[in-house]
Ligand binder design. Sequence first.
Ligand SMILES: *[C@@H]1O[C@H](CO)[C@@H](O)[C@H](O)[C@H]1NC(C)=O
Length: 393
Amino acid sequence: MLPRNSASFILLIASLVTSQPSVEKFSVPETILSLATRINAASDNTGNYVFSPLGISTALNLLLLGAEGDTKQQLRSFLKYRPEVPDNRVHDVFSNILNKLNEGQDEVEIKIANGVITQRGLGLESNYVESSKKYKTETGTLDFKNAPETALNTINNWVAEKTSNKITQLLAQPPPSGTKMIILNAIYFKGQWENPFPVEQTRTDAFSAPDGPTSAEYMVNVLTVPYAESTELDCKAIVLPYKGLQYGMLFLLPNGDDPQAVQKLEAKLSVQSINQLMEEDMKFRSTTVRIPKFKIRQSFSVRPTLQRAGAGGIFGTGANLSRITRDPVVVDDILHQAFIEVTEDGTEAAAATGITLSRDAPSKNFIANKPFAFIIRHNRLDLSLFHGRVVKP
Ligand SMILES: *[C@@H]1O[C@H](CO)[C@@H](O)[C@H](O)[C@H]1NC(C)=O
């Protein structure tokens, strides 16, 4: 896969969730949601999965910061930045949003860390080192060529530290010896439900997976939460808020029994359809909620998906990244790893903190006993941190 006689370049992303859990003409939330829906559409994954469109778009922005000429235009158009919005505005607005994620709440822990690690001796442009600081990017050098094991351990330790030891093995093997640069983006999110599920209510029951009936451990509660029945998306949806109410997890449960319904629903997700759902369709309703506990840990190479989604040019030998380095480099791959765990209280370690039962008779049901999709969002910013799907808990 690595081109011979040319420097290679690996873009690597670690994203992690532990959960139970605008600007005129230029909207970061729309950029990220649009990227998420295109990645969904281009993915050939039919099983459980989770990824961070915020993480992937942050890494692509770090590339954009170093791109020139056609490569820059290609990245800008892939990210849907309009031509009239200047580069510095894109980077200012995007990095500002990243800085806002922690604002005004102590209950949810979110950490985003970026790193640019180059082969010792590679000429890194000092302007790049300087301008990448607005993305809170740490730069450093490693010797991929002569000390690949050290490089492996240093990178894995860095990611482990940034993800509170939830991702300890981002790289299973040392980077290829021709590697010139690795861009890392790690996201750690940990939230507790505003309304924890009472553990004693949890029970095992049937779940209709695409390959046949199975069973799942269901968390059960009666909650007054945003609830919608969408005709456009042909699904039911609820939002379970995290403590502090800044973040929430949107669950999308297709109507009917078609085992492929969740993929069909994902194909219909767009900035418009999600805005319609969140802003018009959602109403607070007393709802019986049954959602299976689940855990997804996944690593995948984003390159084929981005190629199918139309960003193949950035992986070509002609990619122009001359603002990062004058040395010829090739983007070899984008590796992504994400982890999510959904339990009664929102985190694997947190203690159960009481029971919230609505006094009203529940008028709605949200019984997730077949494949469903989810999105972890920042409510006020309308920002998608993680997208995923459960076909078999
Ligand atoms: C990259 O693009 C810049 C600006 O268009 C150009 O001056 C430079 O020669 C290009 N470098 C490569 C390696 O293509």
